[in-house]
Design a protein around this ligand. Sequence first.
Ligand SMILES: [Zn+2]
Length: 253
Amino acid sequence: MKPFPVLLTFDLDGETSFEEMHPGIPYWVTQGGYGPRKGVYRILDLLDQYEIKATFCVVGQTAERYPEAVEEIVSRDHELACHGYTHRGYNALEPEEEKEMIIKSRGILEEFYGMTILGHRTPRWRPSQHTHRFLQELGFKWNSDYMGAENSFYNIIDDKKSKLLEIPVAYNLDDWTFFYDWGSTVAETVDVWKIEYDARYKDRTMYCLTCHPQVTGRPSRLLCLEGIIKHIQTFPDVEFMKATDYVNEGYVE
Ligand SMILES: [Zn+2]
């Protein structure tokens, strides 16, 4: 039996998410910038401490603004994945513009990565009806937007099972939900993450956590990440994996 797969994923939005939602308002935009300026380094140190490799979904514009942060992610042997050029959902773009954004952001990240980028997560988790087809045409191996399942599956594109694996995310496994939407405490958040982990481990599905350096990279909130890592590491037959390694391991037929 393969080990239970745990994917820690980090969306490095920088200012871009708030530039979409609250343009020009420093209260918000500076919170976003905290991610690539400070939070990401704190997270990288924690991952090193627990010897975990993870996946960072990086917005192209953020990589241009904070190249040193992206270089640091790569130098510590984590995976880079595309997360748009800006943080605008693809459902708000024209199809040609969407495809250009994917190509542009991949080109920027590959300059840092030195390898082909094989993973993608749509900004705001809002793909268009064309996104999966574009990703398949461009040779991506995985995407990570869907909320309607615990297990991964191959997307259906043009009525056929594709080779683009969808790695599902979850509303209750996202730091943004707890801290920005619900105003949860650190203790409440890590409790939910642990309970969800226990249930998924029992069901032998998978565990994909989505964090944002601007959110979880804050000093006290980092304890959530450390808390769930320590909890997971008490279980036997578990493996923390980069997303593309998970895809290549053949967990999904
Ligand atoms: Zn994002």
